[in-house]
Design a protein around this ligand. Structure first.
Ligand code: MG
Length: 325
């Protein structure tokens, strides 16, 4: 496909004041820091996804999927990190701090090594190609969990149009030691974002099948994670945690108090651990994903970076992110 050439802007945008958060429940105020507001850090993308804070680089990396590139924001500004990026989508870090990415292009999970080489960790299940891995998270035991909807093979916009080889759109776990790939959830229509609770006893997974089906799903489900799971017995339960509207629940993150932050049409919806909608961090563009990181120069993971359509936004919160990335 033709790549749209767009200028990357940053710097003065950071001073632009944007909409205030919307409080639905008084408990939401615990999350907000007086004097802190949403900032736009960079713009110029077509569709932004998969932000990850990389402490080693003091930077946010994220995907601009239709432009087939990855971008990098730091205090110094914004630049192209990787052009012709295999249509990467979600990113995270493994326990060694290496970048782990979902690629629509090669329909795989990849890892970027210290020398910059990008190696494929998994691209097939039982001999057939994965659909198009969308989002990924690494558990504290090093295992890599990811969703595999079909969005990246439906057209040439965010990957390469192709037939689906798998019999469904599954959620997978990749064993870091053996390299074994197993299905951990097979009852989603289009699994998308995912994140563990602070103690990793729960796994939140969004289903965004309403993107292509009028009566499809636009919710987040919560599954119980077995403490010492084995193949076929990793997850249980799976009731609906939150129905998201307007729009679709794309990427999501959990804070250290167990709140679930879910990206949607009008911003980031914040839900209490019991599912109650607490409020919304309003964003002036459709949001695709978010991640906790630090402000440059800090080690406190209280900065929420939000990838939303053409731009990267950030807000400093009165909480920190669960997990390591
Ligand atoms: Mg996604």
């Amino acid at each position: 496909m033709a790549t749209q050439a767009v200028a990357l802007e940053s710097g003065p945008l950071a001073a632009t004041r944007l909409p205030e958060p919307v409080v639905l429940d008084e408990r939401f105020r615990d999350l907000l820091r007086p004097g802190q507001f949403l900032e736009r850090l960079a713009t110029g993308s077509i569709w932004s996804e998969g932000p990850v804070w990389v402490p080693r680089l003091q930077s946010v990396l994220w995907s601009d999927i239709p432009n087939n590139r990855m971008l990098r924001w730091s205090a110094a500004g914004t630049e192209v990190f990787r052009q012709t990026a295999q249509f990467t989508n979600g990113h995270t870090l493994d326990l060694q701090g290496r970048l782990v990415s979902c690629e629509h292009g090669r329909r795989c999970i990849s890892r970027t090594e210290a020398d910059g080489k990008v190696v494929i960790l998994a691209d097939r299940y039982r001999g057939k190609r994965l659909n198009s891995p969308n989002d990924v998270v690494v558990r504290s035991d090093g295992s890599i969990w990811f969703t595999d909807p079909s969005y990246g093979i439906l057209s040439d916009r965010e990957g390469y149009k192709a037939e689906q080889e798998q019999s469904g759109r599954y959620v997978y776990r990749l064993d870091p030691v053996t390299g074994a790939l197993e299905i951990v959830a097979d009852d989603f229509v289009q699994p998308n974002g995912l994140a563990f609770s602070p103690d990793e006893s729960k796994l939140y997974i969004s289903d965004t099948s309403a993107s292509h089906e009028p009566d499809g799903n636009h919710h987040v489900r919560v599954l119980d994670v077995a403490a010492n799971g084995r193949p076929g017995k990793r997850l249980a339960g799976g009731g609906v945690f939150a129905v998201i509207s307007p729009g679709l629940p794309d990427g999501l993150r959990v804070d250290t108090d167990g709140r679930v932050l879910i990206t949607a049409e009008d911003g980031v919806h914040v839900h209490a651990p019991d599912g109650t909608a607490l409020g919304r961090i309003t964003v002036p563009e459709k949001t695709g994903n978010c991640t906790f990181g630090s402000a440059p120069g800090s080690t406190v993971r209280n900065r929420l970076y939000i990838a939303a359509s053409s731009s990267l936004y950030a807000i400093t919160l009165n909480t920190t992110g669960a997990g390591h990335a």
